[in-house]
Write a protein that binds this ligand. Structure first.
Ligand code: NAP
Length: 248
């Protein structure tokens, strides 16, 4: 009997959950617990960390999990590394549902950097309006360049003080090209800092930056251990042994 664990928190994971529920596969959806009101799921859900590799391995054993699907965000590297290790420990098959990264196209003014620290260095010294499209837990290093006027965008209003003064937009997205052009224009943004998440949901800001001729400091994805990787929900269903015609 199949009993799948979906490590989620992304729109791809949500799509997968809908298809898995429709296929009648027994599965549990796991949230990291960062968002206050996460999207409802058509599957049983759990929320919050497992307690590292050993905690996840214990969970897999206790819940009788037969397959793990890592559908976390490409930058949720700790969770993904833990999944590789816990699945190796428990000999549980693992697949990663991971969208392809964005590729630079003509007109893009990308400055590609390996990590957050390099993104801070890549920002100019002269005061500028900067859109940090990177998630609240990653903004602190930009306090090293306090001369800039930062715009941030979060799913939930920030709890407590931010590490520096900033213009905060609270919105869950997805965002449209027109909306992103308007956001960048109306705030007079001159630089964008983004992570190479890939996928359609987050790419409107990249397309809008290109259209406006704005430079994007693009942070590369973290390195992850070797694992089976697919890009579509249909491939995950096939991997689970459900080769049904589900329109995935
Ligand atoms: P992370 O740094 O890789 O994970 C840190 C710890 O949070 C993990 O070691 C694990 O704790 C717990 N965790 C993360 N994802 C979990 C999940 N789906 N279920 C249960 N525990 C989870 O992850 P993150 O970057 O903070 O992302 C957290 C969640 O937000 C993920 O579900 C991710 O898909 C989603 N998300 C992240 C981003 C992003 O930009 N990083 C963007 C959109 C959505 P234990 O070690 O205690 O098990």
């Amino acid at each position: 009997m199949t009993r799948a664990l979906i490590l989620g928190g992304t729109s791809d994971a949500n799509l997968l959950a809908a298809k898995i529920a429709r296929a009648g596969v027994d599965a549990i959806y796991s949230y990291g617990g960062r968002t206050r009101a996460p999207t409802g799921q058509p599957l049983p859900t759990r929320s919050g960390g497992f307690g590292g590799v050993s905690g996840l391995a214990d969970y897999i054993r206790q819940e009788g999990i037969t397959h793990v699907i890592d559908a976390t965000h490409p930058f949720a590297a700790e969770m993904s590394r833990n999944a590789v290790a816990a699945c190796a420990d428990t000999q549980t098959p693992l697949v990663a549902l991971e969208r392809a990264p964005w590729v630079r196209v003509p007109g893009d003014r990308w400055i590609e950097v390996p990590d957050l620290a390099a993104a801070v260095v890549a920002l100019p010294e002269t005061p500028s309006r900067v859109f940090l499209a990177i998630g609240r837990q990653h903004i602190a290093p930009f306090g090293e360049k306090p001369q800039h006027a930062y715009t941030l965008r979060f799913v939930d209003p920030p709890e407590g003080a931010l590490p520096f003064k900033a213009d905060v937009i609270v919105s869950r997205g997805p965002f449209t090209f027109e909306g992103e052009v308007d956001t960048l224009r109306s705030r007079g943004i001159a630089w964008i800092v983004a992570r190479n998440s890939g996928g359609d949901g987050a790419r409107a800001k990249i397309d809008a930056s290109r259209a406006l001729g704005l430079p994007v400091i693009m942070i590369a994805r973290p390195q992850l251990p070797e694992r089976l990787r697919v890009e579509s929900v249909a491939e995950v269903l096939a991997w689970l042994g459900h080769r049904t015609c589900l329109g995935a």
